[in-house]
Design a protein around this ligand. Structure first.
Ligand SMILES: Cc1ncc(COP(=O)(O)O)c(C=O)c1O
Length: 392
């Protein structure tokens, strides 16, 4: 209800604070399945100070336009592309929709377009297909929950316009064999999008740290676009996503003229019109402040905490990881008690959980806010809950 007269600032803030008491905070460490985290302080500061700026009006905010270009250049570098083009977005969902739009607009002659994707793609890929009138053909995955290149190859027909893959799947953090799929895409002249919404700010640093070496982005020749979200492991405030294309011709396919605007505002390559430049400026500030070394150290810490979690998991005979973790995500399986029972009781103890259908797991995402203290408290509760047989 909108009150007739305005309330005092004190009243507003006190009412809001009491409403927000129901929110979990990252600082508590309780959201253990979230892919977002506490933004880096410089990001929060920049966002707060630049909230009036509109990235849908880059002609008015020319400085912000320059900053957006620099953000695209920095993310492109992490994705191994020399001259990246693309756009910042509101996150992984918008990026996936735009990547699919690009595939559709590049194949306008095909009346009933189809996209092939392994079963593990994020639900926003289904949403994109639904919005864009594209048939999404799902393919089986292997024992490690990775795409099977041969299964993708088999589904290619005259209506196929593209392939979608993931580098850092939502449920398990798995990376598809993108190098092999890249070859298939190239041989069949298909678009290949890599959803690295989560992995985009992890995999490059795993490589630097000598932990693992995955070809996942533009170093694979067949890859046409990659999405990577600064508001996940990039430590930027929400909403900060990005979609990078191999060349301008792809970006043009998703660019629309806005007839009543001037200069840089007269075209848009995003779904949103008015959108916060603050998130882009904050992303720039966080990336500049951390540098590659800052991200490397952050990723290293998350991987070390993943190992601590795995050690605790090993001590519990009733739980086990679905696969050996590839990055800072663990899918936990229960040998005896139903996961729903465990999750419900963990939620009652304040933990904010998530379950995944395939494989049936509860997800642990070792974001920077999940500290060693929070982890140990979580496993102390989990050990109790998972070994307590329900009364009935
Ligand atoms: C792999 C992947 N892609 C896309 C998304 C969607 O991102 P957003 O929620 O920022 O739209 C997620 C979200 O968890 C994800 O894990």
């Amino acid at each position: 209800m909108l009150n007739e007269q305005g309330l005092s600032e004190e009243q507003v803030l006190s009412r809001l604070n009491s409403l927000l008491e129901n929110d979990a905070t990252y600082r508590s460490g309780h959201p253990v399945a979230s892919m977002s985290t506490i933004p880096h302080s410089i990001g929060s500061e920049v966002f707060y100070k630049t909230m009036e700026k509109n990235a849908g009006r880059l002609h008015t905010f020319k400085g912000s336009a320059q900053v957006e270009c620099e953000v695209i250049a920095m993310i492109g570098e992490l994705l191994n592309l020399e001259n990246p083009v693309g756009s910042t977005t509101s996150g992984g969902t918008e990026s996936n929709i735009l990547a699919m739009l690009c595939a559709r607009e590049s194949n306008k002659k095909i009346q009933e377009p189809e996209i092939i994707a392994p079963r593990t793609v994020h639900s926003s890929v289904d949403k994109a297909a639904w919005l864009l009138g594209i048939k999404l053909v799902k393919t089986p995955i292997d024992k490690e929950f990775k795409a099977k290149p041969k299964a993708i190859q088999k589904k290619i027909n005259e209506n196929t316009i593209g392939i979608f893959t993931t580098a850092g799947t939502t449920y398990l953090g798995q990376i598809d064999p993108i190098d092999k799929i890249g070859k298939i895409a190239q041989d069949n002249r298909l678009h290949l999008h890599v959803d690295a919404a989560f992995g985009g700010f992890v995999i490059p640093f795993l490589r630097d740290l000598g932990i693992s070496h995955h070809q996942f982005a533009f170093e694979v020749e067949g890859v046409t676009s990659v999405s990577s979200d600064p508001h996940k492991m990039g430590l930027a405030p929400i909403p900060a996503g990005s979609l990078i294309f191999r060349s301008k011709k792809f970006l043009k396919k998703i660019t629309k003229k806005i007839p009543y605007l001037q200069g840089a505002s007269a075209t848009q390559s995003t779904i949103l019109g008015t959108r916060p430049a603050g998130a882009i400026l904050a992303t720039w500030a966080v990336m500049k402040r951390l540098g590659k070394e800052g991200y490397r150290q952050m990723v290293l810490q998350c991987i070390e905490n993943t190992q601590i979690a795995l050690n605790r998991l090993e001590d519990n005979p009733l739980l086990k990881p679905a696969i050996k973790p590839v990055m800072n995500i663990i899918g936990i399986k229960s040998n005896e008690l139903p996961l729903e029972y465990i999750v419900e009781n963990m939620e009652k103890r304040g933990w904010r959980m998530a379950t995944s259908p395939k494989p049936h797991t509860m997800r642990l995402v070792l974001m920077p806010h999940v500290t060693v203290g929070a982890l140990n408290a979580f496993f102390n509760d989990l050990d109790q809950v998972s070994t307590t047989i329900p009364a009935d």
